[in-house]
Write a protein that binds this ligand. Structure first.
Ligand SMILES: Cc1cc2nc3c(=O)[nH]c(=O)nc-3n(C[C@H](O)[C@H](O)[C@H](O)COP(=O)(O)OP(=O)(O)OC[C@H]3O[C@@H](n4cnc5c(N)ncnc54)[C@H](O)[C@@H]3O)c2cc1C
Ligand code: SF4
Length: 350
């Protein structure tokens, strides 16, 4: 039986899994398709993370560093698995760089893809320069300046629209992306900190700052930073008669009246889509996808993190929307499962 475990994807999930496997003395081959490790928080340039308040480059940077410095972990960047054969205990993976890796088990930490707001055209993204996404706001926060892309002015009024690309059956995305309410309420506070004269409005269907995030983000955002919450159904985002500002049009669902407010900057709180590579991943690794397109699980309770193929484990946002804390736990749990199952097999064979 081979000593090596293959980990695919180097976001929070894959980094946590790789470190967990190496910490019990097993070798890891970590394959990442991009030229940097760290997953979405690094690749999309997130600012301060919720709930810790730590800069993503520091928090995730530490995870990257301990993997890159671990002698038991071999890292392949800019690389994908193109062919995959064998069975639990004896897999063989061909990489896009031509190398072959023998591995006894596989951990998929292949993550998600950000929703592309172009798929919600009536809300103005791609039409108006001053309609942006939460990932763009993260990058503005990193740069230390909140500005309207059209002319660089500091916005007097910002609207953050929740559930863009989530909980929207019209575009085939019924799921809640779990983290965007918390990220949006946090961004509202950070915008106010950077630009105290800016007023921030959050348009919502429901607020889901789940668990312990309720007081730290939802209440703090409105009580200490003056964020205004508007429960509304949004119809469209159009340009105002001044040709400069944007009009958010919809219905205030509390008072059941039409509502039209002008804004300088409109932000789409984008959701988490299945990884756009998932059809390819399913084909190469022979694992199933659930009906939305996320990677499917085996059995939940006594075979946690099993995919539909024995010896291949899946966790983090490859399974569905998750926050980073959960992904880190999934990574460690997969390490435990992958190693534990191999040791049980070895004991049985002895
Ligand atoms: C705007 C926004 C802000 C957010 N802010 C926060 C926050 O502050 N706090 C928080 O807890 N969560 C936040 N999240 C959620 C966070 O991004 C995810 O929880 C986290 O990135 C998921 O980690 P992951 O490792 O499962 O997936 P990912 O981060 O997506 O990493 C997957 C990795 O796998 C690689 N990969 C994909 N396919 C392949 C392939 N075929 N072969 C090889 N490699 C592959 C990718 O390149 C990537 O590096 C935010 C989400 C959004 C949308
Ligand atoms: S977390 Fe909030 S913004 Fe995100 S999909 Fe769920 S309800 Fe909508």
């Amino acid at each position: 039986m081979n000593d090596t475990i293959l980990v695919v994807g180097a976001g929070p999930t894959g980094l946590s899994a790789a470190h967990g496997i190496a910490s019990v003395g097993r070798k890891v081959v970590l394959v990442e398709k991009e030229d940097r490790l760290g997953g979405a928080p690094i690749l999309s340039g997130y600012a301060k993370l919720v709930p810790s308040g730590e800069w993503a480059k520091d928090a995730i940077g530490r995870m990257v560093q301990r993997v890159e410095q671990n002698q038991l972990i071999s890292v392949f960047k800019d690389t994908k698995v193109t062919q995959f054969d064998g069975g639990h205990g004896d897999f063989s993976a061909t990489l896009s760089n031509g190398q072959t890796v023998q591995a006894s088990a596989v951990v998929l930490g292949t993550g998600f893809t950000h929703f592309d707001s172009i798929n919600k055209p009536e809300w103005g993204f791609g039409t108006f320069a001053d309609v942006v996404t939460t990932t763009q706001v993260e990058q503005m926060l990193v740069a230390g300046k909140i500005a309207c892309p059209s002319d660089g002015r500091a916005p007097e009024r910002v609207a953050i629209l929740l559930c863009v690309g989530s909980r929207d059956r019209q575009i085939g995305r019924e799921w809640c992306s779990k983290i965007c309410c918390t990220v949006a309420t946090n961004q509202a506070m950070e915008i106010k900190e950077l630009s105290p004269k800016t007023d921030v409005y959050i348009y919502y269907m429901d607020i889901r700052t789940f668990g312990l995030y309720e007081d730290k983000f939802y209440w703090k955002s409105q009580e200490e930073f003056g964020t205004k919450f508007v429960k509304a159904r949004i119809a469209e985002v159009t340009i105002a008669p001044d040709g400069k500002r944007l009009l958010v049009k919809g219905e205030d669902t509390l008072v059941k009246r039409p509502i039209v407010i002008p804004f300088d900057l409109v932000v789409h709180a984008i959701g988490m889509d299945p990884n756009e590579d998932n059809p390819e991943i399913a084909k190469v690794f022979g694992v199933g996808l659930e009906h939305h397109g996320f990677v499917d699980r085996g059995e939940h309770y006594t075979s946690s993190f099993a995919s539909t193929r024995p010896g291949i484990y899946v966790g983090g946002s490859a399974l569905g929307p998750e926050d980073i804390d959960t992904c880190v736990s999934h990574g460690l749990a997969m390490a435990m499962r992958a190693v534990g199952d191999l040791e049980a097999r070895a004991r049985k064979a002895a």
